[in-house]
Design a binder for this molecule. Structure first.
Ligand code: GLU
Length: 448
């Protein structure tokens, strides 16, 4: 007997750019799939034709590739409308999909009435009693029905791979609309048909879909499938540093924005893979994250997304990157020695530009008040070229002998004069890169 084929899918709607919340789901699906030899599908939930665009669809692929993720198949819901229509007909034949004509206003009024009577604000199924004659009359008047799914009674439960045992009580939910009056099918429905047809075995998505899962398990059974063929993993909500729902800030946390800000994809994936688990994030390759992946590490409690922590991780990631990994993004002419000198001092790669100006450009240091004599002595003791890796030690030792200064009093004016900054990469490595001509000029300027 062969083992059943495992499949996961990441199913974004191409109605916007991917943000860290989507990226976390894409990543977790990917890590799970690659860990278990499963197939990984990208599914574009694009039945909302008014809001879905090709630009967003392409951006999603681009962003996922940028993160380093790949997938085995791409599906688009908009290409499967016939299939949804066919599945809808089957539900109608089974008496599980019924036509409705109420307007939004009517429904709102009835909901409010129920609330006043202390009844649950659930759709009352009035349209189930619609007679053929009433329907014909409504249609003759130009109305077209939309279609609701008749939920079963009782509760549906599943063993969630992250949240544990979960149950949804169907009588507490209004029969969901699956088909709009214009005939277009809605996500809840398409998603189930797709998961069935594409043989998905694991649905890994956000906790905001827990109620949907109850409905979709019922739908699955109505379509004649065994609900037990699907396993679910719902990742807890993301909160921001203040404990507010992160979804409010998703626009400012899009992957393209983070990319523009110079955050490394590896920092994002390393951070998101550990978010909501008990372990601190560390710089890790995707291969390492795959080998390490296990749902049992995730907590069922909401996770806090902390930008400062991700930035700190970005700094650590940069320290692990070798020159070839960054060369194309460094300023023109930057060398491996330069990268080695500065990579420990960057929060973001873009800051390398400033250090490249220090090393190879013509920065003008500030005049350092009260240090004229000291800097003049520094200029006089600056060794003649050629320089080697020892030049900083030789120079500062000579200067120490001559001026009696040590520690900060010795080093800080030199750093300020040579780099224009009061902190930064080790001057032992930086000075040889700056070279004698620039160093001498800067000492002169700072002493004036
Ligand atoms: N398009 C849905 C969403 O973005 C997919 C949810 C699911 O994974 O089923 O929320």
């Amino acid at each position: 007997m062969t083992a059943p084929v495992l499949r996961a899918r990441f199913a974004p709607s191409p109605t916007g750019f991917l943000h860290v919340g989507n990226a976390r789901l894409a990543l977790v699906n990917f890590l799970w799939a690659r860990r278990h030899g499963a197939r990984f599908l990208l599914r574009l939930d694009d039945t909302d034709a008014a809001r879905s665009t090709d630009t967003y669809a392409e951006a999603i692929g681009h962003d996922l590739h940028w993160l380093g993720l790949d997938w085995d198949e791409t599906h688009r819901q908009s290409a499967r409308l016939d299939r949804y229509a066919e599945a809808a007909e089957a539900l109608k034949r089974a008496g599980r999909l019924y036509p409705c004509f109420e307007s939004e206003e009517e429904l709102r009024a009835r909901r409010e009435q129920r609330l006043r009577r202390h009844q649950a604000p659930v759709y009352d199924r009035a349209m189930l009693k619609l007679t053929a004659a009433q329907r014909a009359a409504a249609e003759a008047g130009g109305k077209r029905p939309y279609w609701r799914f008749l939920l079963s009674g009782g509760a549906v439960g599943w063993d969630d791979l992250v949240l544990g045992r979960r149950q949804v009580k169907l009588p507490a939910i209004s029969d969901p609309v699956l088909i709009r009056a214009d005939g277009t099918p809605l996500y809840t429905f398409c998603s189930v048909v797709d998961d069935l047809d594409s043989g998905v075995s694991h649905v890994i998505r956000g906790e905001d879909h827990v109620t949907n899962t109850g409905v979709q398990l019922d739908l699955l059974a109505a379509l004649g499938a065994d609900p037990a063929r699907l396993r679910f993993a719902h990742l807890p909500l993301l909160l921001d540093e203040e404990g507010e729902k992160l979804s409010k800030r998703f626009d400012s946390l899009s992957l393209r924005r983070l990319r523009g800000d110079g955050v490394e994809p590896m920092a994002i994936t390393s951070y998101l893979a550990r978010l909501g688990s008990a372990r601190d994030p560390v710089p890790a390759t995707l291969a390492e994250l795959i080998a390490d992946f296990d749902f049992s590490r995730f907590s069922a409690a909401p996770a806090r997304f902390d930008m400062a922590q991700m930035r700190a991780l970005n700094r650590r990631v940069l320290q692990t990157l070798d020159f070839p990994a960054v060369a194309a993004r460094l300023p023109e002419g930057a060398t491996e020695a330069f990268w080695r000198a500065v990579r420990g001092n960057l929060d973001l790669l873009a800051e390398a530009r400033g250090w490249w100006d220090v090393v190879a450009g013509s920065i003008v240091p500030p005049v350092i008040e009260g240090e004229g004599a000291f800097l003049a002595a520094a200029l006089e003791t600056l060794p003649a070229e050629p320089w080697d890796a020892k030049v900083w030690e030789i120079w500062t030792e000579a200067l120490k002998q001559r001026t009696g200064r040590r520690g900060k009093a010795l080093f800080l004016p030199l750093r300020l004069a040579l780099t224009g900054e009061d902190h930064g990469p080790d001057l032992r490595t930086l000075l040889p890169l700056i070279g004698r001509t620039r160093a001498a000029e800067r000492l002169r300027v700072a002493a004036a």
